[in-house]
Design a protein around this ligand. Structure first.
Ligand SMILES: *Cc1c(COP(=O)(O)O)cnc(C)c1O
Length: 282
């Protein structure tokens, strides 16, 4: 909802926005760009980490004319979820954002896992958002709050976004009770490095399980390619008490977060070993 509110606030009906083809705003939000904002998305395929180059921004940019809608917004994402939690660096964000600004586009960063990116890069989150106009980040996800996503940006933008939020059904009265765990999550954000260590442990453990191909994690997401259909692997794994998400016909995504510790990682690796042994024998 945070991304969708930001997009609606940045754009007018009939605009075009530019984003990476695997980006969350385009791929995982129910076509909300079209549904909520009446905006058309144009996608470019970033590199294998989800980085969009300045050249691609220019290639994808459409000037308004008698026949073309006109691009008004560039959406970036860091960490990039679908590419396996890649921590896109400020320089890469800045290169695309600067080019977008040259074309008079606004730039929104989907920073659902902004603090994971900052932690992995060893920088302050403010460095990541420096090149962009607005950012959304989640207090849930790895940070561990039960609910809540934030939009940050210039005060006039936030005033307008508050009206959009109300329109989208997100006006709340006693919001303090859900803000409190959000503050707790933010105060404990240094803990995210532990999630990244756990993800690396998980990746190392799963890499030792025959037949699985493990992508080396940059943050708290571990992508794994499975020889059998992902759904089959996941069903068997869930029966052992371990849940992961289907990310492709033969790919699954594991996430580490506040509620997963080193012992859980060992349990997950042991479960994967059992499942693979059993499925391979069948
Ligand atoms: C989780 C996530 C969101 C928010 O998704 P919801 O399921 O709608 O809360 C946005 N962007 C990225 C990159 C995400 O991973």
């Amino acid at each position: 909802m945070g991304n969708q509110v930001a997009i609606r606030t940045h754009t007018d009906r009939g605009d075009e926005l530019l984003c990476e083809v695997e980006s969350h705003v385009y791929k995982w939000e129910l076509g909300g760009i079209a549904q909520h904002s009446g905006v058309q998305a144009r996608t470019v395929a970033g590199d294998d980490r989800g980085v969009i180059s300045p050249e691609q921004v220019t290639e994808g940019y459409v000037a308004a004319s008698g026949h073309r809608p006109g691009t008004t917004l560039l959406c970036l994402e860091s960490t990039h979820n679908s590419k396996g939690g890649t921590a896109i660096a400020p320089a890469d964000l800045a290169a695309a954002a600067e080019r977008a600004h040259e074309h008079d586009l606004a730039v929104h960063l989907d920073g659902a896992r902004l603090f994971n990116a900052a932690t992995a890069l060893g920088i302050d989150a403010s460095e990541l958002v420096d090149p962009v106009d607005t950012v959304m980040f989640c207090l849930s996800k790895g940070l561990g709050a039960p609910i809540g996503s934030m939009i940050a940006g210039p005060s006039e933008f936030i005033e307008a976004a508050e009206r959009t939020r109300k329109l989208f059904g997100g006006g709340m009265r006693q919001a303090g009770m859900i803000a409190a765990p959000g503050l707790e999550a933010l105060a404990n954000r240094d803990r995210l490095s532990k999630d990244h260590e756990n993800a690396q442990q998980l990746a190392d453990g799963l890499a030792g399980v025959g037949e699985l191909t493990v992508h080396d994690p940059e943050t708290n997401i571990v992508l794994v390619d499975t020889p059998m259909p992902a759904a089959e692997f996941l069903d068997a794994l869930e029966a052992e008490g371990v849940r992961a998400a289907e990310f492709g016909t033969h790919q699954v995504r594991f996430c580490t977060h506040w509620d997963v510790d080193g012992a859980d990682v060992k349990t997950a690796v042991a479960a994967a070993e059992q499942v693979i042994d059993r499925l391979a024998a069948a």
